[in-house]
Design a protein around this ligand. Sequence first.
Ligand SMILES: Nc1ncnc2c1ncn2[C@@H]1O[C@H](COP(=O)(O)OP(=O)(O)OP(=O)(O)O)[C@@H](O)[C@H]1O
Ligand SMILES: [Mg+2]
Length: 239
Amino acid sequence: MKIISISSAKGGVSKTSVSINLAQAYANRNKKVLCIDFDHNNNCTDFFLRDTAVEAIEERNLYHVLTNRKRIEDCIFHTYLSVDVLPATPILSRIEVELARDPGALLRFPTLVRSLDYDYVVIDTPPSISFALTAALYTCDVVISPVSWSRWTIQGYSLLKEECDRASQGSGTNIQLFALPSMVTDSECEKLKAVDIWKSTFSYISRNLSIKNSGTSGSPLKSGSISWKQFEVLAEEFQ
Ligand SMILES: Nc1ncnc2c1ncn2[C@@H]1O[C@H](COP(=O)(O)OP(=O)(O)OP(=O)(O)O)[C@@H](O)[C@H]1O
Ligand SMILES: [Mg+2]
């Protein structure tokens, strides 16, 4: 099992779009994939479960697993896109206070995830240094951080790197952190790849309206399209 967290201390950098499309790229390769939504703003949940009743998602989701109320297996939904989802709802924001005094949850959750039968687990995370982000970092092997051409990119990345180092120490693992140029033009991509404070991925994701439209409509990227191929390359790089 490979567990990949898509994370950034910055908002709106395409974490959710990358999570959704990378998970589907693995599923396209006939791999068993679980997507975990660690963001209480639950855009990832909404993409995969837009036809599922709110009440059903409220009844079984990540909050219940983290707070030991329900079994992880009972909170996972199967979707028509062949990606299983452990969803989030706004109540997930409560873990920031409820679990602050239960650091054992940081160690319990990765054990639960690793007991499941998946080839890949993709985790979408919130744009903040938070208990939710820490829990995702404790769980994963690899962090892919979407970086775009903006003034605050370096600061956001540096904050995330510190959190990865802390989580590696706390969990006794060695989390690998990569910067993925995302929502970029070709020239922005080249400039980002040349930045020497991070290890950049070979893959990149161009700014492309089809990714935005896919997120809005809830339908997958067109098979064979430029964006679809870029996520295939990303899946290949992290296979
Ligand atoms: N490669 C892309 N090309 C064009 N638009 C994109 C691309 N990736 C993401 N977007 C759009 O940019 C916006 C932000 O993307 P997304 O929600 O994935 O970011 P995020 O980092 O998850 O945001 P948040 O921090 O709010 O969770 C969305 O409207 C999305 O459709
Ligand atoms: Mg998001």
